[in-house]
Ligand binder design. Structure first.
Ligand code: 1GP
Length: 226
């Protein structure tokens, strides 16, 4: 097992999108702290397995962020389980996870399993619509962060702006609420400067889309914050 305490940077790869082997090589050798495999649409067991077999040739830790139960497979180092705190439906906060534990609880290795308290802040993103979210006010986001830290004792609070660069003042405010719960920021990071800015407040930044849209800049975000 790896020590996550010093993690600062994660690349998120979408199993429904293609990347060349050369690009996967560059991503895995970039110095990023971990590769997370996850997406919203068309996440299949095939896609998840294919990415795993490419990434597993490298020493970088590999995380499956569980999108649906059908695409879960052994072989990843860690499994991150999103619990969508600002969903309007209990289904996305609690029930999908509960169903999975009822079905597979006997064979789950709990040491590999980590909950993420998700707060999804970009109403135009697929994930926001998919998980039927409400847009919380600043006070409400702070409330979710406090619950993640003090009530649920979650390992991670994920401020998710997927596809859009978020409000850095909010990220700063949330970072002040969290001590034991690590703050993950993801969304719209495309440049070194954006990575550095979010990294001042978030424990871990996640870079996703930029890998597909602007790979050179995306790869440069690792060194920019280390
Ligand atoms: C998405 O938070 C990640 O789940 C990263 O966001 O794809 O916008 O970089 P981007």
């Amino acid at each position: 097992m790896y020590n996550m305490d010093n993690w600062k940077h994660i690349f998120k790869l979408d199993p429904a999108k293609d990347l060349s082997e050369d690009m996967i090589d560059k991503i895995c050798e970039s110095g990023t702290d971990a590769i997370m495999v996850g997406g919203t649409d068309d996440v299949t067991l095939d896609g998840v397995l294919q990415l795993l077999s490419s990434i597993r040739r490298y020493t970088v830790p590999v995380i499956l962020e569980i999108s649906n139960i059908e695409s879960v497979t052994p072989g990843y180092d860690y499994y991150f389980v999103p619990m969508v705190l600002n969903s309007q439906e209990k289904h996305w906060m609690m029930d999908v996870q509960h169903q999975a534990v009822v079905e597979y609880g006997d064979i789950i290795d709990w040491k590999e399993m980590f909950a993420e308290g998700y707060c999804i802040m970009n109403p135009s993103s697929k994930v926001y619509q998919h998980a039927v979210c409400n847009l919380p006010s600043t006070e409400e986001v702070i409330g979710y962060a406090r619950m993640a830290e003090h009530l649920f004792h979650l390992p991670f609070f994920y401020l998710e702006y997927s596809g859009a660069y978020g409000n850095i003042h909010l990220v700063e405010k949330i970072s002040k609420q969290l001590k034991d719960t690590k703050l993950i920021y993801g969304g719209g990071i495309e440049t070194k400067e954006q990575a550095q800015a979010m990294s001042r407040y978030a424990d871990i930044i996640v870079v996703g889309n930029a890998l597909y849209d602007n790979p050179k800049e995306a790869l440069a975000t690792v060194k920019a914050i280390k």
